[in-house]
Design a binder for this molecule. Structure first.
Ligand SMILES: Cc1cc2nc3c(=O)[nH]c(=O)nc-3n(C[C@H](O)[C@H](O)[C@H](O)COP(=O)(O)OP(=O)(O)OC[C@H]3O[C@@H](n4cnc5c(N)ncnc54)[C@H](O)[C@@H]3O)c2cc1C
Length: 486
């Protein structure tokens, strides 16, 4: 879509959207997932010129639902066209907690990140933004098109390189694309490790996988019990149901048009890292048959799910990577290329979008002449926060840990409600960079003291390893995090 078209379509962007003065900085972004597209948007807004390359031939259309958190929702609201769209295309479900038999523990009630604290007056904390992934991504891509940037599809990057004054990528068709800064937003299998980290840092299978399904509600319309048990509530809110018991962690929700469910299970080697590698409902039933208490209506829900609507997502992880910037500072990893987060952190996409905001703002403040300093500051400001977010995934996994039937059946709502501390959702990423850039630059360039404040108050960062934390979760040992994670 051309700029003229977007204006004639009534977009507010070009008339109401403040754009920083042109920086003269060119940015090439690899990957058009949430991290890449939001980096493109934010970089444009900060006055940089932007190209975005994606290996897929077309935009992604598959996927289930994910939670977009207040610190990101608040930022999206700064884009006039997306402020309303983000509310409209997301759902705000009521949550209920159940045992594996279906017995209700509590709810349905509103999900409040602030735990009902009346002093925590941050509006999005009282409104849950639960998004259908493809629709969320499409919202970002449409905004990109309105500002005149087209994603270049069918461009598969094979290698990253840099020189003192520029960086580049090689594509599999033999072309090179160069810019002042190259952003690796190419997900968990990024090709940037060799340059940035000096070696491949492969993510390894966690031993866990997630069945995820999303399909039209019409499919279950004829089953009266499923329809009744998943119906939109009388107050108009969808009903998000969480079932937890020995061997089981399942979620289900129905919106006006889509039925979705998810189930975590031990990976027996069949799971894949793809939204396109579908599994047959029979494979899910094999797993379900190991849980005697599984409610009959939920079994029928699984059985009714169309074959092309279920994926079995292999959950991968890497240890925290303190270095996400290349030696000359011109190639920067963001999102899943920079870190892996357990789905139980509920924050993979949120961290991806925070990365985008941090990086674009750092590049604005450092300018064309100080790319190396800007990208070092980006790395400094984000790393400890992301590392805390990674730990949070283990905290939530441990809370709902369901190996022991006796303790699992005694769990209450408090045990099962995922932790999302204030340090996470009260954060204002762009403001944080404006307030801390100069001090952090002194730190990375001159060694001046600097302490991040975007982590749980009182928490002191120390190196940690996934295997150690997972071993503690499996033995039901406390994680001893230190600091205030509430
Ligand atoms: C089961 C599951 C549940 C989740 N639930 C949540 C949740 O509730 N909340 C949340 O915040 N997050 C959640 N996440 C995490 C979230 O989905 C990811 O963290 C997020 O999608 C990362 O975005 P990204 O843009 O970094 O990577 P991706 O979404 O992986 O995008 C990377 C893009 O790069 C492209 N690409 C890859 N290689 C190349 C190449 N060589 N050349 C060019 N392009 C390339 C890919 O095609 C893709 O479009 C969940 C993840 C999973 C698997």
């Amino acid at each position: 879509m051309s700029l003229n078209q977007s204006v004639s379509n009534g977009a507010k962007s070009l008339t109401q959207l403040a754009r920083s003065p042109l920086s003269g900085l060119s940015v090439c972004i690899v990957g058009a997932g949430p991290a890449g597209v939001y980096t493109a948007l934010q970089c444009w807004r900060k006055g940089h010129s932007v190209r975005i390359l994606e290996r897929s031939p077309v935009a992604r259309t598959q996927g289930d639902f994910f939670m977009i958190a207040p610190q990101v929702v608040n930022h999206i609201k700064t884009w006039p066209d997306m402020a309303e769209e983000n509310d409209r295309i997301s759902v705000n479900p009521r949550i209920s907690f159940h045992r594996s038999t279906g017995e209700v523990i509590s709810g349905p009630s509103p999900f409040r990140l602030d735990n009902g604290d009346a002093t925590a007056a941050l509006d999005p904390a009282t409104r849950f933004h639960f998004h259908h992934r493809p629709k969320f991504l499409q919202m970002l891509v449409s905004q990109l098109e309105r500002i005149g940037i087209q994603i270049e599809y069918g461009c598969r990057t094979t290698e990253y390189y840099e020189e003192t004054e520029k960086a580049g990528v090689r594509l599999d068709d033999g072309r090179n694309v160069e810019a002042d800064v190259v952003v690796a937003a190419d997900g968990i299998g990024t090709k940037s490790h060799k340059l940035v980290n000096g070696q491949e840092i492969r993510a390894w299978p966690s031993g866990l996988a997630g069945f995820r399904a999303a399909f039209p509600v019409a499919v279950i319309a004829d089953d009266a019990e499923i329809s009744e048990r998943t119906k939109i509530l009388d107050d108009g809110h969808p009903h998000f149901q969480l079932f937890n018991g020995a061997g089981l962690h399942m979620t289900m929700m129905r919106t006006e048009d889509t039925m979705t469910w998810g189930m975590t299970h031990k990976d027996t080697g069949t799971a894949a890292e793809s939204w396109y590698a579908n599994v047959d409902p029979a494979a899910v039933m094999d797993f379900v048959s190991t849980i005697p208490s599984f409610p009959p209506f939920a079994k029928r829900l699984v059985q009714a799910t169309p074959k092309d609507a279920i994926v079995d997502w292999k959950i991968m992880w890497r240890n925290p990577q303190p270095r996400t910037v290349s030696p000359l500072g011109r190639v920067v990893q963001v999102g899943d290329a920079a870190h892996t987060l357990l789905p139980s952190s509920m924050n993979g996409a949120n961290q991806a979008l925070e990365d985008a905001i941090y990086l674009a703002t750092c590049l604005e403040l450092g300018g064309k002449e100080n790319v190396h300093g800007s990208t070092q500051v980006h790395n400094k400001l984000r790393f400890e926060r992301v590392s805390c977010c990674q730990k949070l995934g283990f905290v939530n996994l441990a809370k709902r840990s369901n190996g022991d039937a006796k303790t699992t059946n005694a769990k209450t709502t408090k045990d099962l409600k995922p932790e999302q501390g204030r340090w996470l959702w009260k954060h204002e990423p762009e403001k944080y960079v404006y307030e801390n850039f100069a001090k952090a630059l002194d730190h990375v360039q001159e060694g001046a003291p600097f302490q991040n404040t975007n982590i749980p108050p009182g928490y002191v960062h120390e190196e940690w390893f996934v295997d150690e934390l997972m071993a503690r979760v499996e033995k039901n040992e406390p994680l001893d995090l230190g600091g205030d994670w509430s």
